[in-house]
Design a protein around this ligand. Structure first.
Ligand SMILES: C[S@@+](CC[C@H](N)C(=O)[O-])C[C@H]1O[C@@H](n2cnc3c(N)ncnc32)[C@H](O)[C@@H]1O
Length: 361
């Protein structure tokens, strides 16, 4: 399926600046209760992983939807976002007044993995001003979207004995949201990448929220590997020899993972892509680096996704992105609840379907 934003229901200007979007906000207010368009905001948008997942699930199920606001500070990520969604995200969320953000029904945010380590011990985190999580809270407080979906590294649950995570949950609940959270692994959702992430879903009403079934067939690594790869992605003969002397893979194809200490292991899938990893962090069969397209495929980005920045920037962008397949699976449970909550299904939350839609082929 094509993820392209053309599938979104475009009823007005959607741009990176706040001003023109105010007209959308007015339109939503006039239309309150009557519109069946699901509006969403893409905060800390990166290269738009949430947006692609939302577009895919809504398009599969003929659900009108529209991104009304996006926000991303990194100029290279903005460039990629613009090339793919024809929209430059607003830059710095801390400079945005939450009231100026158009009304929306779902807020998406993979908030930056700031140094949570240590933060829970400081008095500071019980008052999370100064962290970007605070900006999410402020937007939720001002705009009251029916639902939100947040993503972060799974470590967030355990660092500092779970103190920062408990504060995050408490803060979200204090805004009146009903919270559900779970660590999910991209490997269980049709991506050959071991990537565990915490997902936090919130609804303005108490609902039964079914997390997606993890028993999805695993896909082979070969499904994301490029057959012909340019020579410059290959290690020198000397480096190849060195690695082969240190490690013997039990399967082929495999991705070799080299730790900071130089220890090498290999698997029939990739370890988690990392935004700041060294270039030889992951090697295909121990002999070459992943090409940018392979990195994006490991996160579920379609081949129609445009690459307009350097290899290094793609590495950073893919390493920061959300695994699209996982988010799609979550959205298949979230969207029916949102539609019910917005009055689509007799306006009765008791009628919220618990049956998942089938996954996109
Ligand atoms: C974990 S990444 C999110 C990636 C995104 N979910 C995706 O699928 O590509 C967090 C993003 O927040 C952006 N960011 C950090 N500080 C920001 C700020 N003050 N305002 C807007 N974006 C910010 C970073 O540049 C980074 O791209």
């Amino acid at each position: 399926m094509d993820f392209k934003t053309a599938k979104e229901n475009k009823t007005g200007p959607v741009s990176g600046t706040i001003e023109p979007q105010i007209s959308l906000q007015d339109q939503r207010s006039d239309d309150e209760g009557g519109s069946n368009v699901i509006r969403f905001a893409d905060i800390f948008a990166g290269i738009g992983g949430f947006r692609i997942a939302m577009n895919n699930v809504c398009a599969e199920n003929n659900i009108p939807h529209q991104c009304v606001f996006s926000c991303e500070i990194d100029k290279y990520a903005q460039r990629t976002y613009q090339a793919n969604f024809n929209e430059v995200p607003t830059a710095d969320v801390t400079k945005v007044s939450p009231q100026d953000i158009p009304d929306h029904d779902i807020l998406f945010a993979g908030f930056p993995c700031q140094p949570f380590s240590g933060i829970g011990k400081q008095k500071g985190f019980s008052d999370p001003r100064g962290t970007l999580f605070f900006n999410i809270l402020e937007i939720l407080k001002a705009k009251r979207p029916f639902a939100f979906l947040l993503e972060n590294v799974n470590r967030l649950v355990t660092i500092d004995e779970g103190r920062p995570f408990r504060i995050i949950l408490r803060r979200l609940r204090s805004l009146g949201y009903n919270i559900h959270y779970q660590v999910l692994n991209a490997l269980d959702f049709g991506l050959p990448q071991r990537r565990k992430r915490i997902f936090i879903v919130g609804f303005r009403k108490p609902v039964f929220f079914p997390w997606p079934d993890k028993k999805i067939v695993r896909v082979p690594l070969s499904s994301i590997l490029q057959k012909r790869v340019r020579k410059d992605y290959y290690l020198s003969a000397e480096k190849k020899k060195d690695r082969k002397s240190k490690h013997k893979a039990k399967c082929r194809p495999s991705i070799w993972h080299e730790s900071i200490s130089g220890h090498i292991s290999s698997n029939a899938y990739s370890c988690a892509l990392r935004a700041t990893a060294s270039s030889n962090y992951l090697l295909v069969n121990g002999v070459r680096r992943l090409i940018p397209r392979e990195m994006l495929r490991l996160q579920g980005f379609p081949d129609s996704f445009r690459i307009v920045v350097s290899d290094n920037q793609v590495k950073k962008q893919a390493g920061n992105a959300i695994p699209i397949n996982v988010v799609q699976a979550i959205l298949e449970s979230v969207i029916p609840i949102v539609r019910a909550g917005l009055g689509e299904i007799n306006g009765d939350i008791a009628n919220v379907p618990t049956q998942s839609y089938s996954l996109a082929a």
